[in-house]
Design a protein around this ligand. Structure first.
Ligand code: ADP
Ligand code: ASP
Ligand code: MG
Length: 451
């Protein structure tokens, strides 16, 4: 059985985490004939720090940007020194070289006081380039035949910087040429997640949290038997543990359920992770690197056996509701087309849509182009916006079969003002739109009712 093993930021955060990782990978290597492929995120918190460094460069503050980078360098040197032995000198040389280049780059950006999306990707990518070097060294020094592979030479993307889209055919070719032969020869390839390169070789990133997506892309390209996401919780939980205390682990769920939960805020999976897995029908397993003996969550095409009322809840805060009212035109044909063309033109995805006799309400997450959208909609309708709203999404394949669940959910939210309620045609989810401030209470009520 071949597997991809992806370790998130907290699973490579410090020497203890990396030694747990080496134990987990070594065990996998011993258990199966086929070596796994390892994908790692930047050490916990590093990408956030690099975002801050890019901002300082943009403000022209080269001195503070460099100081931040020197602190990060120290952290990486201390972690790398602790987890390596024979490969220490080589790993430290790579770490120092990457930081030297980064410091040079940041000085240049600070002079220009401009960080283009392309430069931003170059800065952020350093986190994964360096962490993967350290992990490859640590594995090699712990009797795992690890080989570092530059993910930027394997994951081929388009040139949409900061949110690049993978070119699956191009990536498959690179995997066939440069990764599969290493596995066939018994090596464990180690790659950074989150990063790739466009056809002009410019470094790209897949968007925040994108290492999960990288793991699924490599898994699909290799045709592995399982994609493992090693993280800091016991699996997909029935709700965000930062909002609902003590949620339960969901033992099994479907690709469709996982994809809705991820889209509506279950941070444990990047929303695109499921796509390559679905395309090749590869199970995804979420596991806890602190408790590797736990079974975790298994995500497959079929999901859990029928009978579980709801699978899990997710929520997305800080969305904006736009009400679009037209007394004359609404039911006229062409109105909805015109309306959605505005969102299309401003490249702004709409999450929830509800309609009534005279109005359409939609929610959007990305408000960068809100002003233009509203101006355009006003050409043919009355428009009002409400900010600081949130979406709560209750997901479960069984919602379709058990119609009483909808009523129970609404009853659970009694006395909490609901702005919009919708149930999709797939009837796999119920979506509520309410105020940000009501989220904790509403999540708690729903969780008590169903779990
Ligand atoms: P990693 O660094 O391993 O990628 P993330 O921080 O991206 O980890 O994702 C794991 C975190 O996702 C958990 O620590 C948890 O706080 C959060 N989370 C939010 N919703 C859920 C959920 N439904 N199930 C599990 N974790 C969730
Ligand atoms: N390090 C990147 C981030 O923090 C990617 C990831 O962790 O998945 O967004
Ligand atoms: Mg993540």
């Amino acid at each position: 059985m071949t597997v991809v093993m992806k370790f998130g930021g907290t699973s490579v955060a410090d020497p203890d985490a990396i030694s747990r990782l080496t134990g987990i990978v070594r065990q996998q290597r011993a258990k199966e004939d086929d070596p796994p492929l390892v994908v790692v995120s930047a050490l916990a918190g590093v990408t956030d720090k690099l975002v801050a460094v890019a901002r300082l460069a943009e403000e022209g503050d080269a001195a503070r940007a460099e100081a931040e980078l020197r602190t990060l360098l120290e952290r990486h040197v201390s972690v790398a020194s602790a987890v390596t032995s024979a490969s220490r000198a080589a790993v430290l040389a790579h770490v120092n070289k990457e930081f030297d280049e980064l410091i040079g780059l940041v000085h240049a950006l600070a002079v220009l006081r401009e960080v283009s999306p392309r430069s931003y990707d170059a800065v952020l990518a350093a986190g994964e380039v360096i962490s993967s070097r350290i992990v490859a060294g640590a594995l090699a020094d712990h009797r795992v035949p690890a080989e570092w592979v530059d993910a930027r030479r394997v994951l081929v993307t388009d040139a949409e910087h900061n949110a690049a889209v993978p070119d699956m055919l191009g990536t498959e070719e690179r995997v066939r040429e440069d990764v599969a032969p290493r596995i066939a020869a018994g090596a464990v390839p180690v790659l950074g997640g989150f990063i790739g390169a466009a056809s002009n070789r410019a470094t790209t990133t897949l968007g925040r949290g994108g290492s999960d997506y990288s793991a699924a892309i490599f898994g699909a390209a290799l045709g592995v038997d399982e994609i493992q996401i090693w993280t800091d919780v016991d699996g997909m939980l029935t709700a965000d543990p930062r909002i609902v205390p003590q949620p339960r682990v969901v033992p099994q769920l479907s690709f469709a359920e996982a994809s809705e939960l991820a889209y509506f805020g279950a941070k444990v999976l990047h929303p695109s992770t499921i796509l390559p897995a679905v395309a090749k029908n590869i199970p995804v397993r979420i596991l806890n690197s602190r408790r590797p003996e736990n079974p975790g969550t298994l995500i497959t095409a079929d999901g859990a056996p029928a009978g579980t009322p709801l699978t899990a809840l997710a929520c997305k805060r800080d969305v904006t509701v736009i009400d679009i009212t037209s007394t004359r035109m609404l039911m006229a044909h062409g109105f909805l087309r015109r309306l959605f063309e505005v969102f299309e033109r401003f490249k702004t995805p709409v999450d929830v849509v509800t309609t009534s006799e005279v109005s359409v309400s939609v929610t959007i997450d990305d408000t960068r182009r809100l002003e233009g959208i509203v101006d355009n909609l006003r050409n043919f309708a009355e428009v009002s916006c409400e900010r600081e709203m949130a979406i709560i999404c209750a997901v479960g394949e069984n919602l379709r079969a058990d119609t009483a669940l909808f009523g129970r959910a609404v009853t659970a939210l009694e006395r909490i003002p609901l702005r919009l309620v919708s149930q999709a045609a797939s009837r796999r989810n119920i979506t509520f739109v309410l105020r940000n401030t009501d989220v904790p209470h509403a999540m708690m009520r729903l969780h008590e009712t169903f779990f």
